[in-house]
Design a protein around this ligand. Structure first.
Ligand SMILES: Cc1cc2nc3c(=O)[nH]c(=O)nc-3n(C[C@H](O)[C@H](O)[C@H](O)COP(=O)(O)OP(=O)(O)OC[C@H]3O[C@@H](n4cnc5c(N)ncnc54)[C@H](O)[C@@H]3O)c2cc1C
Length: 493
């Protein structure tokens, strides 16, 4: 192993990159973390500005107990700072569920404590018949008790196929369609049953929809502080332009702020940008390049942030769906062809509920989102914003009078902030890619690539589960693989 200033260079400071960098540095590896943005955090970023403090995108932690971040904080020796501001057993009413059955004119709502395994609020909302209740309980129990090894066998089956094989009651089927959109940014008829079931099981047994004081950036702040305290180096505002390769081994990275050398590079810039742009396809065999190009990007979320002069929402989260609003591939295609939707699904986070500093006194900030294409150039986004605004007004009649300012975001902004668009229709992914049948689980992209010393970390490679948790799990595994690789290099010299 040749002597360089760093053992490892990590590209990107979202959960995938930061977890990997922080754990490696804690274990005595010299790490340089390079981030293109002026701020750390990737998609998990939170903003503090003019008395407002909120996540840029609507985020909820699944699982609430036993998340990958809890393990990372434990290894860093800072478990006392792992302070979620919502717990699965929080006694308050936390979530408002709003739902419309196909034949109803209006949405109906119920509020509930954290859902966990209690289906009663859903039954009230659905006005479920005894038969629907019985079948729903049987299916949910099957999901909650399925061993992980059995779930892993469902990589090849879509969630739709799994539900179709069970005579699933209509309201449960439509809830699962909504859930595939809201939790995975995928359609029910493409998402692997293993991926969705992993998340459903965690919600039922460990809680879903966690949050932190200061938003998800609290996780970033603590990890980055520990990384630097342990001797790690962070350079922000330094986009990596190239990953340098010599004789089929990485040697470092080229950035606007200079060239840095290390025998290992871990990229969390996304598998498409990493392979096709930062390294270049000429360094890989054609079969692998074709495989990478064939990986399907997940959908994006467009979000609207409402800065309000007075509170309009009294729970922490609000989810809205109907039998007709969630998207499968067919409904999605209709919207893409210009068919303006009458209604969309909504997932909303009210930061003021769990953090008194989220808004100036007496005010409120709501971050609301709906699923959309990951294409930064997608033409349907404005129609979705219009629809979201209309629906918000129906749900909260006071909202326009109270709105001081709104911010609109879509796949273009997500891509600009995080992942370069290097293939048509790709870049704005909400979670990452490879969550669909035939691409996830045992078929998910591997983290160690054919070029010596090159690894992937983050939501594209190695793990399963909801976005931030999945990316952090991938970061933990990347740190393990890198340590093994470095040990082999040292032994070889
Ligand atoms: C609207 C929205 C809602 C979401 N809701 C949830 C939710 O409720 N729950 C949940 O768990 N997850 C949610 N997610 C998903 C979650 O945020 C992501 O899955 C997760 O952040 C992915 O982590 P990552 O580390 O793989 O990538 P990212 O967070 O995208 O981080 C990648 C980092 O790499 C940097 N980078 C990229 N290219 C370069 C380069 N060339 N040079 C230097 N740096 C570079 C980027 O700037 C970025 O900081 C949501 C995401 C969005 C957008």
């Amino acid at each position: 192993m040749t002597e360089t200033e760093y053992d490892v260079i990590v590209i990107g400071s979202g959960p995938g990159g930061l977890v990997c960098a922080t754990l490696l540095q804690k274990r005595g590896t010299r790490v340089l973390l390079v981030e293109k943005n002026p701020m750390l955090g990737g998609k998990m970023i939170s903003i503090e500005k003019d008395g407002w403090a909120y996540d840029l995108f609507p985020h909820g932690q699944v699982p609430m107990r036993g998340s990958a971040f809890e393990d990372v904080f434990a290894e860093l020796g800072v478990s006392d700072e792992f302070l979620p501001s919502l717990e699965p057993d929080d006694p308050r009413d936390i979530i408002t569920l709003a739902y419309r059955r196909h034949e109803w004119d209006e949405y109906r709502t119920v509020t509930q404590k954290q859902a966990m395994a209690d289906p009663e609020p859903f039954f009230r909302l659905w006005q479920a018949t005894d038969e629907e209740k019985e079948k729903t309980i049987a299916i949910m129990a099957e999901m909650a008790t399925m061993p992980d090894e059995e779930i892993a066998k469902l990589d090849d089956i879509t969630m739709k196929e799994w539900l179709d094989a069970r005579d699933t009651p209509v309201p449960l089927y439509n809830y699962m369609g909504f859930h595939a959109n809201a939790s995975l940014a995928e359609p029910l008829d493409l998402v692997a049953a293993s991926e969705q079931m992993t998340i459903m099981k965690q919600i039922m047994l460990q809680g879903g929809g966690g949050q932190y004081k200061g938003g998800f950036a609290m996780l970033t702040k603590v990890m980055a502080r520990e990384f630097e305290a342990n001797g790690g180096t962070i350079i922000t505002g330094a986009r990596v332009e190239r990953i340098l390769v010599e004789n089929s081994r990485v040697t470092g990275v080229e950035t606007k702020k200079g060239t840095f050398h290390a025998p290992v590079v871990v990229s969390s810039a996304g598998i498409h940008p990493t392979v096709l742009k930062l390294v270049g396809e000429e360094h890989f065999d054609k079969g692998y390049v074709d495989y990478v190009k064939g990986l399907v990007p997940g959908w994006a979320f467009t979000s609207v942030r409402y800065f309000l002069s007075k509170p309009v929402m009294d729970t922490a989260m609000y989810v809205v769906w109907s039998d007709d609003s969630w998207l499968d591939t067919e409904r999605f295609a209709r919207i893409k062809e210009g068919g303006e939707p009458d209604e969309v699904i909504l997932f909303m986070v009210n930061h003021s509920f769990y953090d008194e500093h989220a808004a100036p006194p007496g005010k409120q900030v709501l971050v609301s989102g709906t699923v959309c294409s990951s294409n930064p150039e997608a033409g349907e986004i404005e129609a979705l914003w219009k629809c979201m605004d209309r629906q918000m007004q129906e749900l909260f009649p006071d909202i326009w009078d109270a709105t001081e300012r709104k911010e609109y975001n879509g796949p273009r902004e997500i891509s600009n902030l995080t992942r370069d668009s290097v293939m048509p229709g790709q870049g704005g992914e909400c979670v990452g890619l490879a969550q669909i049948v035939g691409q996830c689980g045992s078929m998910k992209p591997k983290q160690e690539l054919s070029i010596g010393g090159l690894f992937l970390s983050g939501a594209d490679a190695g793990a399963a589960g909801m976005g931030t948790h999945q990316a952090a799990l991938s970061g933990i595994e990347a740190a393990r693989l890198v340590r093994l690789h470095l040990a082999k290099l040292i032994k070889a010299t």
